[in-house]
Design a binder for this molecule. Structure first.
Ligand code: NAP
Length: 337
């Protein structure tokens, strides 16, 4: 008799679902049965898991009693509707959308930081993986909080279009092709409100009444919770750049205690999952894309002071999200079943 797990990836045809399948497939996690679930429009399509083609099942009619874990990779509205149904059917849900952000009955878990909170899944049988950018940034900021202390962090995020899904990747590719062939492109497409090719767009998601975008609110709140600081200490601005995969962050931060640059470098060097490559200037697409490590470089302090610092981060937020969800399931399976 087999003793592996039954797993559904809900949104298996999307960018995040595809990355989940890739990361899950690369781990030594025993999967007996993999269900690839998406919208009815994808019936007849296949996705790959561990070198085997998997047919798609429609979410509307999918019976979650067939699985132990349901990894949700669908838009927030779809997760809000179907994740509770999956949980009531007995599956444990891990959702990576913003659907349950701010819902205290759904614990937010970054396995590198608060894996012990996985045990709190029992109330709703739904756990939330934080915003990918918050995962990448928390790796860097949490050691500062527990080390010299963090007064404030100012972050400029340069986000690849992969974070906005398949349609955004297709839109950038199509616009680049058009422009390189000397053809005009529309000023807006289905995924972006402005041209993304050879351009930057300073709004990631809709702008709310407080002037912040959806992504800025979501990342700020998740990062504050993971790092263990008030949200008012985090100042986060996000820009879409015309890169496909791999994200960059320029981080300026102030420490409570004086922290010489060499001490900070030693602090970061001791953190698992953080890399300080020799060239000191890691790039998102060239060095970080599809890698599990968050890379930092260009660490420096303000002239004449040891409390104000800057550094550069290159990370793959998409990969960080998928890795977090998969390791979360590994912890659940190992410690709670
Ligand atoms: N992209 C990232 O970096 C990233 C990282 C972490 C978390 N996330 C979250 O993951 C979710 C998906 O993002 P994505 O970037 O992967 O988007 P995407 O590429 O557009 O994929 C969306 C997925 O959701 C499915 N879907 C959409 N509407 C559905 C419906 N009514 N019923 C069933 N399935 C439906 C799609 O299936 P069809 O192909 O059949 O339409 C597709 O598999 C979002 O909530 C996002 O916030 C994304």
């Amino acid at each position: 008799m087999s003793n592996g797990w039954r797993v559904a990836v809900v949104g298996a045809t999307g960018v995040y679902g595809e990355t989940l399948l890739k990361v899950l497939g690369s781990r030594e996690f025993a999967v007996d049965r993999l269900e690839a679930v998406a919208s009815g429009a994808s019936i007849g399509r296949t996705v790959e898991f561990r070198h085997e083609e998997q047919g798609i099942t429609a979410l509307e009619s999918f019976d979650f009693r067939a699985v132990d874990f349901a990894l949700f990779a669908v838009p927030a509205g779809v997760a809000l509707e179907h994740a509770p149904r999956a949980a009531e059917s007995g599956a444990v849900v891990v959702d990576a959308s913003a659907a349950f952000a701010g819902d205290d009955s759904v614990p937010v878990i970054a396995t590198a930081l608060n894996a012990e909170a996985v045990g709190d899944y029992a109330e709703r049988r739904i756990l939330r993986s934080p915003a990918g950018a918050a995962l990448s940034l928390a790796r860097v900021l949490r050691p500062v909080v527990v080390g010299p202390g963090l007064v404030s962090a100012h972050i400029a995020a340069y986000l690849a279009v992969a974070g906005a899904g398949r349609a955004a990747i297709d839109e950038l590719a199509a616009q680049c092709t058009q422009l390189l062939n000397g053809r005009p492109v529309p000023t807006a497409g289905p995924a972006f409100a402005a041209r993304i090719a050879f351009n930057c767009i300073p709004t990631v998601g809709l702008v709310g009444d407080d002037g912040r975008t959806e992504a800025e609110r979501w990342v700020t709140d998740d990062l504050a919770e993971l790092a263990g600081v008030p949200a008012s200490a985090i100042h986060f601005s996000a820009v879409h750049v015309p890169a496909f995969y791999g994200d960059g962050f320029a981080l300026d931060f102030s420490t409570r205690a004086e922290a010489p640059t060499a001490d900070l470098a030693a602090l970061f060097a001791a953190v698992p999952g953080l890399g300080l490559p020799g060239g000191n200037a890691p790039t998102p697409a060239g060095d970080a894309a599809e890698q599990d490590e968050v890379l930092i470089g260009r660490l420096r302090s303000a002239a004449g002071g040891q409390r104000d610092h800057s550094l550069w981060i290159a990370a793959d937020n998409l990969r960080q999200s998928a890795l977090n969800t998969v390791t979360l399931v590994e912890v659940l399976a190992r410690d709670h079943f």
